[in-house]
Design a protein around this ligand. Structure first.
Ligand code: SF4
Length: 341
């Protein structure tokens, strides 16, 4: 067995050509996912989270330009065709999308669709396949899994469909499960249930999980490490505790300050809001792409002129900000106070 990380991404870049110009959706990101690790990838819509996952799996439209490297157990994936990637998809890396209803075919039972996902990669007796389906539905917390396997997608609630989707993704015991906004369409209670399922899976199967979300709160209890993305780049990466308690990038701090806190008395207080909009990915702001929205920016020098590198601020903790030192000790609460004042 090689010592290479499960997934090792280096300087990955993804560009789409549009009528308005070239969109750089992912702009040279590097990261790893280790065995049994949960990596939370957090950022606003359009920050490049999903495109990163699709690029790794070779699922982007043909005309997309993908450069850099993504190695799976040491084997390069970028540049491989569908034929070479197909055995890997589902068998070693599985992906779950946000919209479970669209992912299931309405005319087949849930059980038959999960069974088919098993048969794509393995020859299996029908009795064993049916047992495996029941086992998977049970693993994701579907009550009465044997009866439920014979039902159709419309007979499942939204939360159950999402969990069934996860069961389907787990059909072949993938080493990496990519969950792309798996809780976004769900209410708070169902969100909690789906996250509980992911935690249970991680504990029982020891799969690695790449959890993609716009909501930093979603990854709090489950991720080992977090990569925060902004405009196609990683702007802060590190162990979950350091990201939550010692953030060293103003964007991460802003995301934390905009989270409602159930454990503090914030009744009647306004939540923090990061002002402005994410930048155009065709004409990026010069220097730090976050500078038009950053209340710590020093303009024009250096924030609007020099791109900050993603540098180590602590062992295993990196941030891309010229003034990350100045954020030491600054809490989300103090940022909120400042915006209210
Ligand atoms: Fe803000 Fe400047 Fe840091 Fe960018 S480099 S996050 S603009 S302080």
């Amino acid at each position: 067995m090689s010592d290479a990380p499960l997934l090792e991404v280096d300087d990955l870049r993804v560009e789409f050509t549009t009528d308005d110009g070239i969109v750089t959706a992912v702009d040279g990101i590097s990261f790893t996912v280790e065995d049994h690790e949960v990596l939370g990838v957090v950022g606003e819509s359009g920050s490049g989270k999903t495109v990163t996952a699709l690029a790794i799996l070779g699922l982007l439209p043909k005309k997309t330009t993908v450069t850099g490297s993504a190695k799976w157990r040491g084997r390069e994936l970028i540049g491989l065709g569908d034929k070479e990637l197909q055995p890997l998809r589902g068998e070693e890396i599985a992906i779950v999308f946000q919209d479970a209803l669209a992912s299931f075919n309405p005319v087949f039972t849930i059980g038959s669709q999960i069974g088919e996902a098993i048969e794509v990669h393995h020859e299996i007796a029908s009795k064993d396949r049916d047992e495996r389906v029941v086992e998977l539905l049970d693993l994701v917390g579907i009550p009465n899994p044997r009866q439920r396997a014979d039902q159709y997608p419309h007979e499942f609630s939204g939360g159950m469909r999402q969990r069934a989707m996860i069961a389907m993704a787990l059909a072949n015991d993938p080493a990496l499960l990519i969950a792309d906004e798996p809780t976004t369409a769900l209410d708070v209670t169902l969100q909690a249930q789906v996250l509980e399922v992911l935690e249970r899976i991680q504990a029982r199967t020891r799969s690695s999980i790449m959890l993609i979300t716009h909501d930093l709160g979603v990854v709090a209890g489950i991720a080992d490490r977090i990569a925060v993305m902004y405009a196609g780049r990683h702007i802060e990466t590190g162990p979950v505790d350091q990201i939550f308690y010692e953030p060293r990038h103003p964007y991460t701090l802003g995301l934390l300050a905009s989270l409602p806190r159930l454990d503090r008395k914030t009744h009647g207080q306004k939540l923090y809001r990061i002002t402005g909009q994410p930048p155009s990915l065709i004409e990026r702001p010069p220097g730090c792409t976050f500078h038009p929205r950053c209340e710590f920016a020093r303009l024009p020098e250096p924030c609007a002129t020099v791109v900050p590198a993603l540098e180590e601020v602590d062992p295993s903790h990196r941030a891309a900000c010229h003034f990350s030192e100045g954020l030491v000790g600054l809490t989300p609460e103090r940022l909120r106070e400042g915006q209210r004042a």
